[in-house]
Write a protein that binds this ligand. Structure first.
Ligand SMILES: C[S@@+](CC[C@H](N)C(=O)[O-])C[C@H]1O[C@@H](n2cnc3c(N)ncnc32)[C@H](O)[C@@H]1O
Length: 280
């Protein structure tokens, strides 16, 4: 069988345009700032980013990791498919006194030269590019030999992983060939992707505590107003209010299962934090 590469790339362009539109929905910069800002600093610390280094944040969004990286004095590029998120990122960077570059780019075809960066990292970002080996190959390509790789990804077993599983029966089927983002939260999968191109691989699980909601319903309403992938699923149900109501209930039930607060909702969202060195 021959594959018509023109068609494949046309489908890919359409898929990436769809992903860009999805991440521009709602207010992702608010989600990052309100709920998971500590993940960026955790990843930057795990990579020991320092003054004078050249750092790439892949799928940087509004700079959750890129901004703390720049605050160390490193020279940082924040790269993302969705430049709509850069405006909020630039405003946050200015407010925090960080100086960095913002570049639109696809994790599967990075607009950078081989070995350009001392550290290449991604905070719950690269996991959402659909072709995992392509994006892993790209992150390895742009990292210099001996450089640092740092990846923080939601685990399938944790709250965000379970939230994606809860939405799956309500969502349109994934594009042909697109892999599940949560595989990046599995150490074995990432070890296979990085293969023998890395050494000194370490992996640990951690959690970020989310405690700003008074109830599971309040979390769900915030999430369905602000988080692009969830907004997109609800939009696909716009002609089916019963299914939308059922998803409403499923999300509240899930948040209830993870809630260990007393009187207010407290959830620990699990991630996998992996670091490695690009082989010399
Ligand atoms: C959950 S957000 C994470 C953003 C940021 N790293 C953070 O910690 O807040 C996922 C990001 O992945 C980006 N993204 C999705 N697919 C991508 C791709 N193929 N290439 C580059 N970025 C992509 C989205 O635009 C979005 O900004």
């Amino acid at each position: 069988m021959t594959i018509d590469t023109k068609d494949v790339s046309g489908a890919d362009v359409a898929l990436k345009a769809k992903h860009r539109a999805m991440w521009a929905l709602g207010d992702y910069p608010a989600v990052a700032a309100d709920l998971i800002s500590e993940l960026g600093t955790t990843l930057v610390a795990a990579c020991a980013v320092r003054n004078g280094e050249r750092v790439l944040d892949i799928a940087a969004g509004s700079g959750n990791a890129a901004i703390p990286a720049a605050l160390t004095g490193a020279s940082v590029v924040a790269c993302d498919l969705t430049p709509e998120l850069f405006e909020a990122g630039r405003a946050q960077a200015a407010q925090r006194g960080a100086d960095l570059e913002w570049v639109q780019g696809d994790a599967e075809a990075l607009p950078f030269t081989d070995g350009e960066f001392d550290t290449v990292l991604s905070c719950v970002g690269i996991m959402f590019a659909p072709h995992h080996q392509a994006s892993a190959d790209e992150l390895l390509r742009v990292c210099r030999p001996g450089g640092t790789i740092g990846l923080l990804s939601w685990t399938p077993e944790g709250f965000v992983g379970q939230m994606f599983s809860a939405m799956k029966p309500y969502a349109p089927p994934p594009a042909p060939g697109a892999q599940a983002p949560l595989l990046w939260g599995s150490e074995d999968h990432v070890r296979t992707l990085l293969g023998d191109q890395v050494t000194d691989l370490t992996a640990r699980r951690g959690t970020v505590t989310v405690d700003r909601f008074r109830s599971a319903e309040e979390w769900r309403d915030y999430w369905k107003a602000n988080y692009g992938p969830t907004i997109a699923v609800y939009r696909s149900l716009s002609d089916d209010p019963e299914r939308a109501a059922s998803l409403d209930r499923d999300l509240v039930e899930l948040a209830g299962l993870h809630d260990h607060g007393a009187g207010t909702t407290v959830m620990d969202w699990e991630y996998l934090l992996l670091t490695a060195r690009k082989r010399d």
